[in-house]
Design a protein around this ligand. Structure first.
Ligand code: ADP
Ligand code: ADP
Length: 236
């Protein structure tokens, strides 16, 4: 089965005069090991799509399957979304949303410990991720002592800690410089290829598009697949 199968997702916000069709019949299939970039102007429906697939914001119509399991049909959920999210999904937001009273490494470890991992194993894996991301020296710092880019890298480590089968990121590199941003995108690709995860990244950063297997574009709520060569040359 595909890592992610989104079929004809439609989202309507509001009703009557204030109705907004934020997404219309959006379909995407992401295979295990596939890394997808989602481009499109502000307000085109990217976050609506990503949060629907991330089981955070239910679609008005359409079906979502994760790893072959039907999770959503219209606004009906077929599983406990909260526990499903914790077990299968890693979400990275534009803002890092770290827990302010936990240190950097504790922020990463807590996800694993909630899923029953031992303190020792979770600490080792957290350090490995922080090292790869170049923030190991910040492990014992609280988030308020870290730069935006460092906080974002901690958030990436936290999202990957449980080896999720689906990784969803909403402009994860907006706070990072070009080199660090690329490194984060490359880490997503590595995780996808090595662990068979399906990855969708909403991004405005055209410099790292070569890392992706597939590129989609959202325009006025309509989702389409685009030829990589075209997108690589599009201007920001
Ligand atoms: P939204 O979440 O509604 O898309 P943002 O605050 O992310 O809005 O973006 C505001 C504007 O800044 C957008 O027009 C977007 O194209 C641009 N932008 C955001 N991130 C980047 C980036 N990393 N590189 C270039 N432009 C960006
Ligand atoms: P993007 O992520 O591409 O910037 P969004 O998915 O955030 O786009 O927004 C798509 C459209 O839906 C926009 O017109 C936006 O104003 C509208 N929208 C998003 N969230 C809400 C909401 N909670 N209530 C009403 N309209 C919304």
């Amino acid at each position: 089965p595909a890592a992610i199968e989104a079929e004809q997702l439609t989202k309507i916000y509001g009703s009557g005069n204030t109705e907004v069709v934020a997404m219309k019949d959006a379909s995407m299939r992401v295979e295990k090991g596939e890394v997808v970039a989602l481009l499109g102007p502000s307000g085109s429906g990217k976050s609506t799509f990503l949060t629907a697939v991330g089981l955070i914001n239910s679609p008005t119509r359409g079906r979502i399957s994760i790893g072959g399991q039907l999770v959503h049909d219209g606004d009906v959920a077929y599983t406990n979304l909260r526990s499903f999210r914790r077990r299968h999904l890693g979400f990275i937001f534009q803002k890092s949303n770290l827990i302010p009273f936990l240190s950097a490494i504790e922020n990463v470890q807590i996800a694993m410990q909630l899923s029953g991992e031992s303190a020792r194993a979770s600490r080792r894996r957290s350090m490995e991720l922080l090292e790869y991301l170049g923030v190991a020296d910040r492990a014992s710092n609280f988030p308020s002592m870290l730069s935006g880019g460092q906080q974002q890298r901690i958030a990436v480590a936290r999202a990957l800690a449980n080896r999720p089968s689906v990784i969803l990121a909403d402009e994860p590199t907006a706070a990072l410089d070009g080199h660090r941003g690329r490194q984060v995108m490359e880490l997503f690709a590595k995780v996808a290829h090595e662990q068979g995860a399906g990855v969708i990244v909403v991004t405005h950063d055209h410099r790292a598009l070569d890392v992706f297997d597939t590129i989609y574009e959202m325009e006025d709520g309509l989702l389409s697949r685009s030829a990589p060569s075209e997108s690589a040359h599009a201007s920001v």
